[in-house]
Design a protein around this ligand. Structure first.
Ligand code: ADP
Ligand code: ASP
Ligand code: MG
Length: 474
């Protein structure tokens, strides 16, 4: 098996000097086992959000607001970097690079504020600063701690198309670039460190892979170099039975199939980016989700086949900020070509649809709430009457064992009997059961469902030991 292991550290795992030092220790641990890590890092926690705020402030003409944000970011990066290499901010070896990056960022923001128009291309340019800086700081910090690290600019490797904000990676080109820019270092036993989330077109224009996209980078790199494993290091013990922030009794899932994990990620489990799994599935590379604050924990293993589980569900995800669009046509009565015409409208606006339900005269669809909705509705009104309603959440219950089990739906709807359910779907994949409710009811519904379906968890699949330990403590 390949000795290459791709290790991706998310924002909280690199949020400050303490976290970055912990990361270095984890990477060293893999080296000690004879593995060669290729490290993919996110921007430091919250930096991407702040860069986006700076960009939109400048786009509205608020130059002072934008520059105030970058001034704070500049200090945070300088302080972290200098603490890591044990130098004072004044004489820190990394500070020239950091200052130069922020000087040119401020230049862009000033220009943007006077033009007053933020394009997706400029937004990508601005937001990429987070990963460009974190990866360089972390490579230097690793070297300072005696790890033989080398920084690789991800934009040289992750070749994408030009869809700014959600660019599509070009697998074949990426594989070639990794052979050129990463493998020679890895084969020499060096630790490559690159930023996640960012890429560039063939012409070298900076792009990004969508929010949470560093996981995707890790999977692309893992697939491209045929790694033996891909490790996603985050701030929880692995994939849990639901978001632990919503439900504190959530349990770690020890093992889950690619299919189940992909479904969960797509339907809102933030712990993994939806597209992460695909490059790994294609090459059958195991993916592990691990906790950088608790590296001894064995985490979640994502494999092609999950072992048998006696519970119907593995996990509950929620996708929020959705809108339901009802298209009601009394005239056309599902005539031939009608659905096609509806979907063409969504296609025209490049707007993905999550769920669809149809009746004789109406079609309901759900989409992410977005600024294009009025235009989409206007186009749909050419075909039929249209209503839309925001602030909805899609609750998605995932598990390989719902296939062919009787009475599961009755149990689900009994658990949330006080909630108004708008649309229901048992996914085409047969491993998910989803329904749409008001966003305000989502947390309560998740907790009720969790109480019912994880009351007696299968110890082969779920970490029930943690549950026993926490009840002993309390
Ligand atoms: P990172 O910065 O490491 O990429 P994210 O914030 O993107 O981390 O993802 C980790 C967070 O995902 C956790 O802190 C948790 O609140 C949230 N989360 C949502 N659903 C789940 C789930 N089913 N299992 C684990 N974490 C989840
Ligand atoms: N920094 C990016 C984001 O916050 C990518 C990532 O962390 O995965 O979306
Ligand atoms: Mg993430």
């Amino acid at each position: 098996m390949s000795k290459l292991v791709v290790m991706k550290f998310g924002g909280t795992s690199v949020e400050d000097a303490t976290a970055i030092n912990r990361t270095a220790g984890i990477v060293q641990g893999r080296r000690d086992k004879g593995l060669t890590p290729i490290v993919v890092v996110s921007a430091m926690a919250k930096v991407t959000d702040q860069l986006l705020s700076a960009a939109s402030a400048a786009g509205r003409g608020d130059r002072m607001g934008a520059l105030a944000i970058t001034a704070r970011l500049r200090n945070r990066h300088l302080e972290t970097a200098c603490a890591l290499v044990a130098q004072a901010v004044g004489d820190c070896s990394l500070s020239k690079m950091i200052d130069a990056e922020f000087d040119s960022l401020d230049e862009i923001l000033r220009g943007l504020a006077s033009i007053g128009e933020l394009t997706p291309r400029i937004s990508d340019m601005i937001v990429s600063v987070g990963e460009r800086l974190s990866s360089r700081i972390i490579a230097e910090a690793f070297s300072h701690r005696g790890l033989d690290a080398v920084h690789v600019d991800a934009r040289k490797c992750i070749v994408t198309d030009g869809q700014h904000g959600k660019a599509i990676p070009q697998d074949a080109a990426i594989e070639l670039r990794l052979k050129e820019h990463v493998l020679p270092f890895a084969e020499a036993g060096r630790v490559c460190v690159m930023g996640g989330f960012i890429g560039a077109t063939e012409k070298g224009v900076t792009t990004t892979l969508g929010r949470g996209g560093s996981d995707f980078t890790a999977a692309l790199v893992g697939g491209g170099v045929d790694a033996g494993a891909i490790e996603i290091w985050t701030d929880v013990n692995g994939i849990m039975t639901t978001d632990p922030r919503v439900c504190p009794t959530a349990l770690r899932v020890k093992s889950i199939s690619f299919e189940e994990a992909a479904e969960l990620a797509y339907f809102g489990a933030k712990v993994l980016h939806p597209a992460t799994i695909l490059p790994a599935v294609k090459k059958n590379i195991p993916v592990l989700v691990l906790n950088s604050r608790n590296p001894e924990n064995e985490g979640t293993r994502i494999t092609s086949l999950a072992p048998y589980c006696r519970s119907p569900f593995k996990s509950i995800a929620a996708k929020r900020r959705l809108t339901i669009i009802d298209v009601v046509a009394s005239r056309m009565l599902m005539s031939h070509g009608y659905l096609k015409a509806i979907f063409e409208v969504f296609d025209k606006h490049k707007c993905p649809v999550d769920m669809v339900s149809t009746s004789e005269v109406s079609v309901s669809l759900t989409v992410d709430s977005n600024e294009k909705l009025p235009e989409i509705a206007a186009d749909l009104r050419q075909l039929a009457d249209v209503k839309y309603e925001g602030r909805k959440a899609l609750i998605c219950m995932v598990g390989g064992n719902i296939r062919g089990q009787n009475g599961i739906a009755a149990q689900v709807f009994q658990a949330i009997r006080h909630v108004n359910v708008r649309m229901i779907s048992q996914g085409a994949s047969e491993i998910n059961m989803s329904f749409m409710i008001d966003e305000d009811d989502a947390d309560e519904a998740i907790r009720s469902l969790h109480d019912v379906f994880f009351a007696d968890p299968d110890p082969e699949i779920f970490d029930v030991e943690a549950l026993k330990e926490s009840s002993l403590k309390s």
